[in-house]
Design a protein around this ligand. Structure first.
Ligand code: AMP
Length: 425
């Protein structure tokens, strides 16, 4: 399959040649023909599958080929809107529109929060054909009367599940309510929880459904290892693993923003250059951290899922799941950040006593168990034998061990094991 076979215009083919894309990815091959024909799409796929081009190319071609509804003398109106959850994604999508649309007369612009709105206002006043936006800032600008969505011909929702996770549902519905009913809608989501199914049903008319199985070929190339470890020893284990000089760049995932800060601080204290990236950081700080990580001035980037989703970092060698994700599909998204473009990658996953259920869900989704690795900070199974019925009772984190027949603490196997551990120098 070639891009020519997808009946893309010469202007787009020239841009793709410049990008050195030779073969459409599966989502591109499946999405581009119906989208060019004006159909609504429901794409179940995540970043890394080539989904940006899957919607950007038809948007560009459809807009360029259709005559403009306003006279040529009047200024440009926004004819395509792409809603995406994070600033990073918005910037990446905008860059893609600029690259793919290089030889078209269409103008794309991006708006997102956390920065001054003045330059965005100016660009909007100058006229834009394609607007890429995060919902919060877009709604602000709409409320100020600076954005008119009444000429939208194509609406794209990117990472719809993430937008809902981030609490954007009301903004998203409000924004969509301001677009014409008669429009083409391209809807992309990595997962399809019930609220996303409802939203897609409300927005799409007789859509073509395309599901790209979560990066399976890529994920299978990634060497995945599992480290059972106590919550309190995770940071030591991370430092221990990072002693390996082969790990030249590692993206470390934590569940919380504070967790990300704590891990980065701890690594820096031990002379391992690390930066944290999450929603509490300013846009500038996040861009700077990402740039330093890409330049390899910083070896470790510690991130929350929301901050990391959509980061396009080439040649990332290692992903570390410092905390296991709550949603098993997120595991696939995370480890899919490595092993890109045919490169091999490695993913380390830490699992403490409270995460065993999450691990089970992940292994069920992947259809196999992750290889367990021995290490100097072994998991001390927080199980206490009930002498009466030999029942094993797991301990909840932050609470006292569940035990009916108390053993003296120093005699306890968990305690003895802990004393045996040799901390890092
Ligand atoms: P995306 O899923 O849209 O974020 O794309 C992931 C990466 O794949 C980006 O770096 C794109 O530039 C790249 N890409 C997208 N489509 C192709 C293609 N057909 N051939 C080669 N690389 C591509």
């Amino acid at each position: 399959m070639t891009f020519q076979a997808l009946e893309l215009s010469p202007a787009l083919l020239k841009a793709l040649e410049k990008e050195q894309y030779t073969t459409p990815t599966p989502i591109q091959a499946q999405a581009i023909p119906p989208a060019l024909a004006g159909r609504d799409l429901l794409g179940i796929a995540q970043t890394g599958t080539g989904k940006t081009a899957a919607f950007a190319l038809p948007v560009l071609q459809n807009l360029a080929q259709r005559s403009q509804p306003v006279s040529r003398r009047s200024r440009r109106v926004i004819r395509a809107l792409i809603l995406t959850p994070t600033r990073e994604l918005a910037l990446q999508i905008h860059t893609s529109f600029q690259s793919y649309g290089l030889f078209t007369p269409l103008r794309a612009h991006v708006i997102y929060g956390g920065v001054s709105q003045k330059p965005q206002e100016m660009a909007l006043r100058n006229g834009v054909d394609i607007l890429v936006a995060t919902p919060g800032r877009l709604k602000d600008l709409m409320n100020q009367g600076l954005v008119d969505l009444s000429h939208i011909e194509i609406l794209t929702l990117d990472e719809a599940d993430r937008m809902l996770d981030m609490g954007f549902i009301h903004d998203v519905r409000h924004i969509i309510g301001c677009t014409p009913r008669k429009r083409q809608t391209l809807f992309f989501s990595a997962t399809m929880p019930p609220d996303i199914v409802t939203l897609s049903r409300d927005l799409l008319q007789d859509p073509v459904r395309i599901a790209i199985t979560p990066d399976k070929p890529t994920v299978e190339k990634i060497v995945q290892s599992l480290y059972h470890v106590d919550k309190a020893s995770k940071r030591d284990l991370l430092r221990y693993l990072l002693q390996d000089p082969h790990i030249d760049s590692a993206l470390v995932f934590t569940r919380t923003k504070h967790g990300a800060d704590r891990v980065a601080r701890e690594l820096n204290r031990h002379n391992i250059q690390a930066l944290a990236i999450h929603g509490n950081k300013s846009q500038q700080a996040r861009q700077k951290a990402l740039q330093q990580f890409k330049d390899r001035t910083v070896r470790v980037l510690v991130a929350t899922d929301i901050a990391a989703r959509g980061l396009d970092i080439e040649e990332l060698s290692h992903v570390v799941n410092f905390d296991l994700p709550e949603v098993p599909e997120t595991y696939i998204h995370r480890i899919g950040r490595t092993g890109r473009a045919g490169l091999a990658g490695e993913a380390f996953s830490f699992c403490d006593a409270d995460e065993l259920k999450l691990l089970k869900d992940i292994e069920r989704l992947c259809g196999r168990s992750i290889k367990k690795i021995d290490h100097p900070y072994p998991f001390t199974p927080h199980v206490y034998e009930n002498k009466e019925n030999k029942e094993l009772l797991p301990r909840r984190s932050g609470s006292r061990p569940v035990q009916r027949n108390r053993t003296k603490r120093s005699d306890h196997p968990a305690h003895r094991d802990r004393n045996r551990i040799q901390p890092l120098a």
